[in-house]
Design a protein around this ligand. Structure first.
Ligand code: AMP
Length: 304
């Protein structure tokens, strides 16, 4: 069992009410792979520049994430994203996006990355997502995107969504893509584009999951301090797909999908406790399972 993830491996400049970080390791594929690595083998597919240091690479190797498909281009700089969060921490304000090496990114998957049982297409140009999907033998696949692609490449994105099993977007993105303000209707319409599962993230309010015959609502863990929300969505996806992959089921059961969504929320709740990847770097599987149990308690109900 293994997961392949394709997406940004970035250096992020972050500003939150709790402080700042300059060119800290980040990127959608980074956050996803770290989260998924607690459950299964991971291969990260991406590109970095010569400013990507040994320490950054060690974060992957320390969690035994395969980096054979992480291309390094000498004489060029890594993808750089700079973002700021105001007091409510709900929405990132993008200050700068420098594509650098990412502008020419056209991944060719290695044999090991192709053969992985699960594929996650992180937030990249949707035609590129489709091309990666075509190279992969994965039996379970998922995709994330963002408002920029919904606005600039909607048709390509709809096509890419039609080729995956799980689509993971936040609530504003689902409404925008479908053009329907009611989230339940919009999520149903999203499933009609092809996927079996719609994972709809709601930032500090948790997430909801729609399948053909199930609806599941996952609360956000009641954290009293959120230091840096960056990577919450990708860590959620990493926990979700990493856990599902580890089960090795041909077609995940209703309960497996529900547990995966809770593991997603657990991983999302840890990453925001510190800047960038710092919290997940010192995270243990024991802490993950402890919080999973707490989620079960938060969500349980007995009839009076
Ligand atoms: P999220 O999980 O949604 O908070 O994603 C956070 C990560 O997305 C950051 O670490 C950024 O490096 C990365 N990111 C931000 N903008 C883009 C973009 N346009 N394309 C790819 N990755 C991005």
């Amino acid at each position: 069992m293994a997961v392949t993830v394709v997406g940004s491996v970035a250096l992020d400049s972050l500003e939150t009410p709790f402080g700042t970080r300059e060119r800290a390791l980040g990127g959608a594929a980074t956050h996803f792979s770290l989260a998924a690595s607690f459950f299964t083998e991971v291969h990260v597919v991406g590109v970095v520049g010569e400013d990507f240091g040994k320490d950054d690479l060690a974060v992957f190797s320390d969690r035994r994430i395969g980096t054979d498909d992480l291309q390094r281009i000498e004489g060029a700089r890594s993808f750089h994203w700079s973002g700021r969060y105001e007091d409510d921490m709900a929405v990132a304000q993008t200050l700068a996006t420098e594509l650098n090496v990412f502008a020419e990114f056209d991944p060719q998957l290695s044999e090991a990355a192709r053969r992985a049982s699960t594929l996650f297409l992180g937030n990249i140009q949707p035609d590129l997502q489709r091309r990666v999907r075509e190279q992969s033998d994965a039996r379970l696949s998922g995709l994330d995107s963002m408002n920029y692609w919904i606005e600039s490449a909607r048709d390509s994105l709809v096509d890419a969504i039609g080729r995956v099993d799980v689509v993971s977007l936040n609530d504003a993105e689902v409404r925008m893509l479908i053009g329907e303000p009611n989230l339940a209707r919009a999520s149903r319409a999203l499933l009609e584009l092809g996927p079996d599962v719609a994972l709809v993230k709601q930032g500090p309010y948790g997430a909801v999951m729609y399948t053909g015959d199930d609806f599941f609502s996952i609360p956000a863990y009641p954290l009293e301090t959120v230091v840096d929300p960056t990577g919450a969505g990708d860590s959620f996806a990493g926990g979700f797909f990493g856990f599902l992959d580890s089960l090795g089921e041909e077609s995940p059961s209703r309960n497996a999908l529900r547990c995966a969504a809770v593991y997603g929320s657990v991983l999302g709740s840890f990453v925001v406790e510190d800047f960038g990847t710092e919290r997940v770097q010192r995270l243990t599987r024991r802490e993950i399972d402890g919080r999973f149990t707490e989620f079960g308690e938060i969500m349980s109900l007995e009839a009076p």
